[in-house]
Write a protein that binds this ligand. Structure first.
Ligand code: GLA
Length: 523
């Protein structure tokens, strides 16, 4: 069991301390100002959780294939005080037991309005209106998952102040960073002061599903398990497992530049045609393949209706072992699955609802009921061939990438070339098969490749948001200058220096979720 750590020094978390000291002092000052009073001048806890960038392997976590993300330094910080409110003289014992708790929540960013709401303590559900885009929903869902996890949960009053600097809509998991803090706070409020990373990951992964995005487990895993200077290999079966690793020591060093297209990608609002639709398509692809192979899939995956990984496991049975420990064979297995997609899902222009229903021996209404009710979707045709092909090939690219890292070519340039080629292939797949890129991201990647990047791709959910570029450390400035001139200044002539510097970061793997215990004095 690995516990979420407490850090006593900001320098254990951040590389550049001064701005962080100023930031935390601001948070504490505002906290005292908002919730001041003899008891709650200082928060009882401060928890922080970072965003992440995914190096390779997108849109495969919910098909249960492994991914290679790393935490970044940008994060969400939550300062919280807990309070048991005093019962009034007329309250009976049972009234006190079931009295709702009050949450007061505010954000350092004034665009997010401060709110107050109550949490029922009588066993009833914590209501979240997923149809409404409300920042506080991301806090409520932390409470809701803990409420479901601990049937006897009793909430106390909470005063919460949030500060986040992970850009939202950028594909860097601002929402995961937020829900991890919210889930942590909700567990802590139950007296759980020693919080296991895996439990926190599993619970917080469910959070976004409460607000209408049927996402996988990569973001929360990366946020919670992040470790300075280490990238992560996250696998989901047989159980969540996170292995830390470092990139080979090269001269020049490997660096990753993250560049935001500044096209906002709102997973929540575009879910029915983007993210949630992809989850439905890969699940239906799995079921169509299974039907033709005569397999019965387990009720797992995000729709509890099977995964493409499940199809692969049954196809090979126990004869072959799949996994990162068995790279060569696993890569062959994925190659074979990609060929099977061509055979079993040949229609490259997509499938109609009726065609899929016929193959799955149900009516179109039953199909919609089973796969498209919890998360409604809209489509003309279901793109089963392209989505399934992406999943198997992208999963293979992750293993190919690991194989290069395990056995890096002596020649550094050769290593960059091999890793970069895989990253480029990911982008082509995102653009042509999974259709989660956009013209702006394509342009960023093209410019980057001509200016020092060995491999460039959309990262995270996509449909806008960020790109990631593999570059030798001595070329990062050259790359950022080119993107500035040829992308940002051209597309956004009015862009300010501050916005520009936020748009691009050279990222090093950052540390994961922790309690912050540095005692900062407020002058
Ligand atoms: C989002 C989801 C993740 C993952 C990525 C794409 O970030 O939250 O679970 O599916 O998209 O790789």
């Amino acid at each position: 069991m690995e516990l979420v750590p407490a850090r006593t020094k900001l320098s254990e978390i951040y590389s550049n301390i001064d701005p962080q000291v100023a930031r935390y002092k601001n948070i504490l000052t505002k906290f005292a100002h908002l919730y001041g009073g003899p008891k709650s001048q200082r928060p009882d806890i401060i928890v922080r959780s970072p965003g992440r960038v995914n190096v390779i392997g997108d849109h495969i976590d919910y098909s249960y294939y492994s991914v290679l993300p790393m935490a970044i330094e940008n994060d969400v910080v939550m300062a919280i005080s807990f309070d048991v409110h005093p019962p009034s003289r007329t309250d009976s014992c049972s009234d006190i037991e079931t009295m709702p708790a009050k949450v007061r929540i505010a954000n350092m960013d004034p665009k997010f309005e401060a709110q107050e709401f109550t949490i029922p303590n009588d066993g009833s559900q914590i209501e979240i209106d997923a149809a409404k885009s409300d920042w506080v929903n991301y806090f409520r869902c932390g409470l809701a998952v803990v409420h479901d996890h601990l049937p006897k949960s009793k909430f106390v009053d909470m005063n919460v102040l949030v500060d986040g600097n992970v850009p939202d809509g950028a594909g860097l998991s601002s929402s995961a960073a937020f829900v991890v803090c919210a889930t942590f706070a909700a567990l802590y409020a139950q007296g759980e002061t020693e919080i296991d990373k895996k439990t926190l990951t599993k619970l917080s992964t469910k959070c976004e599903q409460f607000v209408g995005v049927n996402s996988g487990g990569m973001d929360q895993s990366a946020s919670i398990f992040g470790e300075k200077l280490n990238a992560l290999l996250v696998s989901f079966v047989p159980d969540l497992n996170v292995t830390k690793f470092t990139f080979p020591e090269t001269d020049p060093k490997i660096a990753f530049v993250v560049a935001n297209s500044l096209v906002a990608a709102n997973k929540h609002e575009t879910g029915p045609v983007n993210y949630n639709l992809r989850v439905v398509e890969v699940t239906l692809a799995a079921n169509m393949m299974a039907a033709q192979l005569g397999f019965k899939l387990a009720n797992d995956g995000n729709l509890q209706a099977g995964t493409l990984r499940g199809v692969m496991e049954q196809y090979f049975g126990d004869k072959k072992k799949f996994g990162e420990k068995n790279l060569a064979q696993s890569r062959e297995m994925l190659e074979e699955m990609a060929q099977l997609v061509e055979k079993l899902l040949p229609k490259k222009d997509g499938y109609t609802t009726e065609e899929v229903a016929t193959m799955l021996k149900c009516t179109p209404e039953q199909l919609k009921e089973k796969y498209m009710t919890t998360y409604p979707v809209r489509y003309e045709k279901l793109q089963l061939h392209d989505r399934a092909l992406h999943v198997y090939q992208e999963s293979k690219r992750v293993l190919d990438f690991l194989a290069v890292l395990e056995n890096p070519p002596k020649d550094t340039k050769q290593m960059f070339t091999e890793l970069g080629a895989l990253i480029d292939q990911c982008h082509t797949s995102a653009k042509c098969l999974y259709k989660n890129s956009c013209p702006e991201l394509d342009e960023l990647c093209d410019i980057a490749r001509k200016n020092g990047s060995y491999g460039s791709r959309v990262t995270g959910a996509g449909f806008g948001g960020c790109s990631v570029h593999l570059v030798p450390a001595d070329k990062t400035q050259q790359l950022m200058d080119a993107l500035t001139e040829q992308y940002y200044k051209k597309r956004f002539p009015e862009i300010t220096a501050a916005k520009l510097s936020d748009a691009m970061i050279v990222t090093e793997p950052g540390s994961g979720t922790c309690l912050v215990k540095e005692q900062l004095s407020l002058d």
